[in-house]
Design a protein. Sequence first.
Length: 822
Amino acid sequence: MPRIRTGATEMSEPIIQSFLQDFRYGVRILRKSPGFSAIAILSLALGIMAATAMYSVIYGVVLNPFPYRDVDSLMSVKIWSPDQSGYRVGYTVDQFLEIAERNTIFEGVIASTISDVLWSSQGEPQRLRGNVCTMNAFEVMGVPPLIGRTPTPADAVPGAPSVAVLGYKFWNRQFGADPTVLGRQMPLNETTRTIIGVMPPRFMFRGADVYLPTIFHRGQLPEGVRYVHLLGRLKPGVTPAKSEPDLLPIIADLKQREPTAFPEKWRVGLLSFKETFPSGIREVLWILFGAVGLLLLIACANVSNLLLSRAISRQREIALRASLGATRARLVRQLLTESLLLSTLAGALGAVMAFGVLRAIIAVVPPGSIPDESQIVIDRPVLLFSLGISFFTALVFGLTPALHVSRGQLVAALKESGRGIGAGIRQVFASNAMVVAEVALSLVLLVGATLMIRTVLAIQNVNLGIRADRLLTLRVPLSTQRYADAAHRTAFFEELLRRVEHLPGVDAAGINAGMHPFFGGMETSVEISGVTQTDTSPVVIHQVSRDYTKVFGIALVEGRLFTDNELASRSHLAIANQSFVRRYLPNSDPLGRLASIPRLATAPSNITDNAFQIVGVVKDAVNRGLTSEIAPELYIPYTITGTANYLAVLTNTDPTSLAKAVTEQVYALDPNQPVTDVRTVNSLLNDWEYAGPRFSVVLFAVFAALGLTLAVVGVYGVVSNAVSQRTHEIGVRKALGAASADVLLLVFRFGARLILLGIGIGLAASLAIARILSNQLWGVSPHDPLTLFSVVVLLLLVGFLACWVPARRAMRVDPLVALRYE
């Protein structure tokens, strides 16, 4: 049967054949110059590699971090005050139930909180990360289980067996992904629960090992829950802007019932679920992605310069093709096809290299800085991005050389001798402009990297106000079921302190509900007798044992510390830091003054007398992280509420060598009591304070180093090409008596003009762009003169070094050979 050919097919075949012809010719051209091809492909591959790896992180952490249904409609209720920094999204059980029952903007509201869960399995008791949540949590989040089921209304009826749902990682780690785990009994805390389901790998809601669906009732604290995180799914058509009128009367009623639970000048609104996770890493990632963009532009400029230089030597070839009837559009298409070949090969190489680079990036991501649900992989969306970048770079670096070379003078090119013709004014200008751009962009990257390095150095040199080198810390989360009141909790910790202090190698031990220099147990407002307060900023409350300040080396300034008798009798005494005195009692004696802590009169503490007499003042110590201002703080006896979690041990030896011995003292007191987070303070500083800035520094420095390398290669290429183009001129100069030093100065003057112009543009750009980095900097100005000066000096040094090799070649030019060649 004869084949039917349509008009469209007949028209498309010549186009396809023409493209294939361009493709085959481009392959021959690249194979003809393997050195050029290798340099161009590698330069582009470095930029595409960095862009692909960073986009993979951006996509997994920022653009698509959560697997939940319509995640943009998941909102928390946020309360804040214009007089205070920060906000709250946590509520008591009673407050949550009030909001959940009265609101009209959510189609479903859930409560959840992370809680230490004791699993009494075989061997040592295990502490699990539990998520105590309402029965409807899985329905509202919109993710079905991997196996089994999630809670149903039948699980919520009175007398129904308690159930549990496992997280995928815990199921895989502890049970070997055994599907027969369904139906097993699991003793968690003081309750035996039946495993009914396992969630998919990416369902990591609040990073839990196990989910404990629970029925919440007013006036009760299920599973020891004190505060819960409220999360709701907006009804269709409801926007955050429409939420305030609905929530205002609810919060106003709660404020009237519990005046101390909410700030005086409160505001209410909605907070996107995405925004409830640490946002610092998102800003850093976008900044680093911008740095990668600059690196990619440097790579494109570099390759474009290479193509321009090669195009000069191909002008006779291009002119010959034009004389045989090739149109300018046809020539441009051929040259762009060659560029596309380069970028495609570079894209493939860059994508392969990105797999290894991505593993290195993930290895330095700060702990706890990204959502547990994030999946950072090179998958289809990332590969499509890499493909798009490859096409984009082909257009960016290929278009300028193609347009310039196709504009050449036909007759002039054909009349030139076999050595080829020189570069035209436009080509020289374009080539020089690209080198200037490379220098400017590399300067911006270097300024950013140097500012981040100086930030890390400043953070590492912070005076903590404590000793950190010989401290071992561990967390001992007591079960609220087995240690239900302050007396039982205090008895446990007092005996634990006695045992630990008698261990060889231990100098002292202390207890606190929080821990310096990272956080206190509570931040709340205080009231001071005889003082009219205009500053309502929160005060950090530490609930400590007698030797806590001794353990951390926080020196006493005036007054005294607590005695054993005062701790045992639960005396209402307090010790203030210097910041507290400066803020609230700047012109009076702090000793003997009364400071009331209204929050302690509310649940869960519920103490009748919340006034504390100040008996001492201690030096300031970092208490809210290294980059935050030291907050006013009060130390009160932990025995009043029995609230404590952290044990800190001062050693006279390597603190890690005592970890086992200290842990054994806990098990000796209670074999079922888990111990977690056994760390030295130095290791905590490394993970919580230094890891974030170090992440930025490492990546910024790598990108800046790559950018500088490409810029140096660009400077070398342009200067070397200029020397080649001016060989005859140099020969004439030397024949007329020019010394080698004059030739050297000629070459360096040419290179210096490009470098200095690039530095000038780069400085102006860096001064503007550095503001973007301001939130990531600490202890250094975005316009730090020392940083700018050091970067300029570095660029001048490496720039002149790049000029040195072609300058030496120019000095060795034999004038007779140069003139005979001409």
